[in-house]
Design a protein around this ligand. Structure first.
Ligand code: FAD
Length: 478
């Protein structure tokens, strides 16, 4: 038997000293992180990296509220990684050259990451993977952010789904999602292997992710605690207190009956596998409506999967009507003053204004109210859904490239499995039904019911008729 030179003990120890890079992106956690888990199994030192990429072509720049969240989340991730014995390296710039140069500087033998699903990100990741492999680095990607990889769920004809129910049936008919990976007990860092002086990290505070003048993030700080630990605390509290009543109360914004996990899922501080598995555990012993509530909650998590499935198959979801008939919609010229009134919550329609003010103050809005405010902008103000999508993109802490444009196209009627255009929410009836004691409205509009509250911006009946008339052009393009 011949022994190749790479198999000698000396060479093997050199190989072991070479680090593995774990590239963090939309997965700012250490537990159930498949790329980190696989890298740790190699038994090599870990170089943990985050790249703020505002340069690569096609990658949509983050909105203001998202940047605020990212800052807090990175600080939290860095602390968790340090507590386990390693360090988070921060770099800013185009990800391709940065990852290549870190791999070179550190003599890394492997670069691992969890996948992203937008086209620009996929294109970038594919190029980076093939360049790394060409230079002999073991580059691998993992499934960490979705329960069902979009391309694995196919119709009988091998196509993608455009209707939720059969999509979700196909997802749940197969093998159940895997169990979450445990949290690592330690992470051996690269210190001692590399020269710390020549291998530097940016200082997070120099990235300017947090607003300074003016500092508008006070309400966000009061409403949220970004980071992995808070995500799990929210999930635990939701499962213990609200899961059994989720089905009956989830549409009532004053009831606090939903999980509030969306920004934590957006930034990957918690994985959908962890949510799935903990919900399965919590629903044991539930019966009747409480058990149905748990199923309903998992179905909502399924809508997130569906939004990504749609994004994967329609990468220009944020800019193009999925139903091309909507290209004929005769949007009137944009009334900027009216748009500002909507953005600032001064339309004179209480549920709309409460929602828009909640959004501005906290970076979030209850799902029912997102539907009502979006419907009002599109159908009572006749503003193109893309204008609203951009505002939400800038102001939501959970803004993601799939759920946000998906939600807007759903309300507009132009999207996948969307509400029909002619279903126009009446904001006053919605308020009476879903906020009957005006608790949510009063929480968000201090001057509600006084002379200081604005008069209605539009006539609901008139604008509804105008919207339906405009819709005729979609149905019967000339
Ligand atoms: P829960 O009711 O507790 O649901 C659990 C999880 O399921 C959520 O955290 C979320 O990840 C997922 N989920 C629930 N409903 C939906 C849905 N309709 N579509 C996709 N995922 C869902 N959600 C985002 O995460 N990011 C967005 O940018 C976003 N933009 C939206 C824009 C519009 C116009 C509309 C109508 C909806 C949008 N949604 C978006 C979906 C939904 O409003 C939020 O996910 C939900 O309000 C988050 O609250 P929660 O975590 O308490 O949800």
């Amino acid at each position: 038997m011949t022994v190749s030179s790479a198999d000698t003990p000396a060479d093997r120890s050199v190989e072991h000293a070479r680090p593995a890079i774990v590239w963090f992106r939309d997965d700012l956690r250490i537990a159930d992180h498949p790329a980190l888990h696989a890298a740790l199994e190699l038994g090599q030192p870990i170089v943990a990296v985050y790249v703020l990429d505002e340069q690569s072509s096609g990658v949509r720049p983050l909105g203001g509220a998202a940047r605020w969240w990212l800052h807090q989340s990175l600080r939290s991730l860095a602390a968790s990684i340090e507590a386990l014995g390693a360090r988070l390296t921060l770099r800013r710039g185009a990800a391709g050259p940065i990852i290549a140069s870190i791999a070179q500087e550190t003599h890394a033998s492997a670069v691992f990451w969890n996948r992203r699903y937008g086209l620009a990100e996929r294109t970038l990741d594919t190029a980076i993977k093939s360049d790394l492999r060409a230079s002999g680095v073991d580059a691998r990607s993992f499934a960490g952010s979705l329960l069902f990889e979009p391309w694995t769920i196919q119709t009988g004809q091998g196509g993608s789904y455009s209707v939720f129910t059969p999509f979700w049936r196909a997802c749940t008919a197969g093998a159940p999602p895997r169990a979450p990976h445990p949290e690592p007990r330690s992470i051996s860092g690269w210190e001692g292997v590399l020269d710390a002086d020549s291998f530097s990290s940016d200082d997070l505070d120099t990235w300017g992710l947090e607003p300074s003048s003016p500092d508008w993030a006070g309400g966000l700080r009061a409403a949220w605690a970004p980071g992995e630990a808070s995500a799990h605390a929210l999930l635990d509290a939701f499962l213990a207190e609200s899961l059994p009543r989720y089905g009956s109360d989830r549409d009532q914004p004053a009831q606090n009956a939903t999980s509030r996990l969306s920004p934590h899922l957006r930034w990957g501080e918690i994985s959908p596998y962890q949510v799935w598995s903990a919900t399965q555990e919590a629903q044991r012993g539930l019966t009747g409506p409480a058990l149905a509530s748990a199923a309903r909650f998992l179905t909502e998590v399924g809508w997130r999967e569906f939004a990504y499935h749609v994004l994967f198959n329609a990468p220009d979801l944020a800019t193009r009507n999925l139903r091309s008939a909507f290209d004929a919609f005769p949007w009137p010229p944009l009334d900027r003053e009216a748009l500002t009134a909507w953005q600032q919550g001064r339309t004179g329609f209480a549920l709309v204004d409460a929602g828009m003010r909640e959004l501005w103050r906290t970076g979030s809005m209850h799902n029912r109210v997102r539907m009502v405010t979006a419907s009002f902008l599109i159908k009572n103000m006749l503003v193109d859904w893309r204008v609203g999508e951009r505002w939400f993109w800038d102001t939501l802490v959970d803004a993601d490239a799939a759920s946000n444009p998906f939600g807007w196209q759903w309300v507009a009627g132009s999207g996948a499995d969307a509400a029909p255009y002619f279903r126009i929410f009446n904001p006053d009836l919605q308020a009476a039904k879903f906020d009957p004691h005006q608790q949510y409205i009063r929480e968000n509009i201090p001057e509600f019911g006084t002379d200081a509250y604005p008069a209605p911006l539009v006539d609901l009946g008139e604008t509804r008729r105008a919207a339906l008339a405009a819709y005729e052009r979609v149905k019967n393009p000339s």
